[in-house]
Each structure stands twice: as C-alpha cells, then as structure tokens.
Design a binder for this molecule. Structure first.
Ligand SMILES: *Cc1c(COP(=O)(O)O)cnc(C)c1O
Length: 348
C-alpha cells in the first residue's frame, strides 16, 4: 500500500506489476493482489537464487515493485542483490524486503544498505513472539528516507527524551490515499514481548543470533544429508530445504516423516514449502536450541529414515502417541471448527 501510494502521488498509475520470486512465500503475492496489483513471477536459477536474466525481461515502466526475502526461502543469501536492486530502481520500481528471514542478518547488515525501500519485520519469526494459528501476529513496517509520508498516520515520533503521537508527522502527500490503520496501537503486548526479547539479549547477544542459527542449520544439514535428499548442497544461512528422503523407493513421503516426528516429541518443520520441490521439508532450528536437543533431533530423523526401509507402515500410521491420529487436512481447511467445545467427542 505504501508503494502504491508512492506511485500514485507521482501520477505514475501505470505501475501495476509486482515481481515476486518463484521461491517466495504465498503472503508476498497475496499482499500485492490485495492491493489490486498484478503479480509476476521471476524464476530461480538451478542454484536457488533469483535469475537476473529472467528478471531483465520482466522490467519496464509498468513495474511498481519487486518483493524479496534475503536470505531466501531456501536459506540462501541472494548474492546478486546489488545488481537486482539497481535494475529495479533504474526502471523506476521500488524494492520490498520481506523480513521473515531477518534472523541470520541481525547485527550484520541492513536491508536498507542492500537497496530495499520498504520492509516489514515478522516479530514472530525473529523476535520470539507467538507464531502460527495461535498468533496474534504483529509486524512493524520500515521505510527508507523519502517514503515516511506514506506510512499510515498517525506517527510516533521522538521528541528529545519523549515519544509523541503526531498526525502526518512527515508532511502528508496530498495525492496519497489516507491509510490510517484501524487499531493504531496494534497488538501492544506482542510488540512489548519482542522489545523485551531484544533488550534481554542486548547488542552483543543479538549479534550471535545469526551466527548460532546458521551454525545450527548447517550442522543439521551436514548430519542428515546422507539419508535425506538435499537438492541444493551449499553452505546455508539459518535454514535449508530437504526434498524428502534420499531413498525414493520406500514410498515414505515428507508428510509421513512430519507425522512421525510428533511421536518423538518434535514439532514438525514446515513441509511442502517452498513449492520448488515436491517433498520439501524446511528445517530451521533457530539460535536457541542446545547441542543436546539438536543431536537428539538428528538421531530421531535418522531413526525415521531407517524405519522407512525396515517398517514403513509404522510411519504411515504415525502419529500414534498423540490424542488424535491423522486428521483430514482438506476437511479441516474447508470446514474448520472455529468454536470451542468441551470434549473432543462432541467435535468429532
Ligand atoms: C513465514 C514467512 C512469511 C509469512 O509470515 P507470516 O507468518 O504469515 O506472517 C513470509 N515470507 C517468508 C519468507 C516466510 O518465511
């Protein structure tokens, strides 16, 4: 919305295209579509980063923005970022940074220096606030100099030792649409929790987040890649993606591995995302897991790989140790039960 307002204020209304990598999270094209903009996909190279040759063909005076996350969804640092941001800026578009993968960059580098103009921070990805259906989510948005006036008003501004709430603190652009956010204070408790986490870690420890998350991810990757299929075998950042088991003859799918993990007390990783691989399993251990927990996760993953060969039915039947077995995912998504009932029997 900020980017659209910027182009509208410049009377540049033909800019309706938003370029999104094929490895992007669904929320990226969804956000662009919600703003009434058209989503165009840019391909990844076999190495898993943005294909700049393909990008070149998509650029023109109808491009509003390009959205990226760095490191990307495969956990790979987008090494061509300086070229990409220059290409997009040269054609008049703006760069949007999806902050979901900010973890490994904390204290190391800044999206603004890479050429991004607008970004959000997923507090539930990087700063320990509740995640998923349990939410609530909250994500601050940041802009580079020159775009402040397109931020939803009112603004919180610093005045000496105090903060004040000011309407249109940065001078309202007369042509820009008003974008007041409905609940100005947002999820205050969530924001407070993120701030508490940041202050608790402090400057030095915050700098270790990326290093430890990166070390943990690479340690798991290297410890499992002989039994799980690693399509892009390079040094990763805080996460990496397996494409199911290495042995493709067992009939055991990523879904079975994920369900079996529950029996061993592990929350399953993100599965079937990104869409680049059929049996994707995205493993992101974070900075906070101990070596003991990580080693035991590796042990369990290896055990599951062994079961796939010796007793695949055990994995097809998983989970066996949870109150409910396999739910019908499609039914659960199509007909969700959104009201609380006392007993599970009533819901069934
Ligand atoms: C998780 C994720 C998102 C979306 O985050 P929400 O949990 O829906 O706020 C967007 N982009 C990337 C790359 C992600 O990993």
């Amino acid at each position: 919305m900020i980017i659209r307002a910027y182009h509208q204020a410049n009377n540049d209304t033909k800019r309706t295209k938003v370029i999104v990598p094929d490895s992007a999270h669904g929320t990226n094209p969804a956000s662009a579509a919600v703003c009434g903009l058209d989503v165009v996909e840019v391909k990844s190279t076999p190495e898993g980063t943005v294909d700049t040759e393909h990008l070149k063909q998509l650029l023109g005076d109808d491009v509003a923005a390009m959205m990226m996350t760095n490191p990307n969804t495969l956990g790979l640092f987008e090494k061509d970022i300086p070229t990409i941001t220059k290409m997009v800026h040269d054609c008049g578009g703006l760069m949007y940074y999806d902050g979901a993968n900010l973890n490994p960059l904390l204290g190391e580098c800044r999206p603004g220096d890479m050429g991004f103009d607008v970004m959000h921070i997923n507090l539930h990805k990087t700063f320990s606030t509740p995640h998923g259906g349990g939410g609530p989510g909250a994500g601050p948005v940041g802009v580079c100099k020159g775009l402040e006036k397109f931020l939803p008003s009112p603004h919180v501004v610093r005045n000496g030792e105090r903060y004040e709430i000011v309407e249109n603190a940065f001078g309202f652009a007369p042509d820009a649409p008003t974008m007041n956010v409905g609940t100005f204070f947002g999820n205050f408790a969530v924001l407070m929790r993120a701030l508490t986490y940041i202050l608790t870690l402090g400057k030095e420890n915050l700098k270790n987040v990326g290093k430890l998350a990166t070390l943990n991810a690479n340690y798991i990757k290297e410890s499992l890649k002989d039994v799980y299929d690693l399509p892009i075998d390079v040094l990763c950042k805080h996460e990496f993606v397996f494409d199911g088991l290495k042995n493709k003859d067992t009939g055991i799918r990523t879904m079975d591995v994920a369900k079996a993990l529950l029996d061993f007390g592990y929350h399953a990783p993100t599965i079937y995302f990104p869409l680049l691989f059929h049996e994707a399993m995205m493993i992101e251990p974070t900075e906070t897991e101990s070596k003991t927990t990580i080693d035991s996760f590796i042990e369990v993953m290896r055990l599951i790989a062994k079961y796939a060969e010796t007793d695949p039915q055990r994995l097809k039947d998983a989970p066996l140790n949870t109150p409910i077995g396999r739910v019908d995912d499609v039914l659960a998504a199509k007909q969700p039960i959104t009201t609380y009932k006392q007993s599970l029997d009533e819901q069934v």
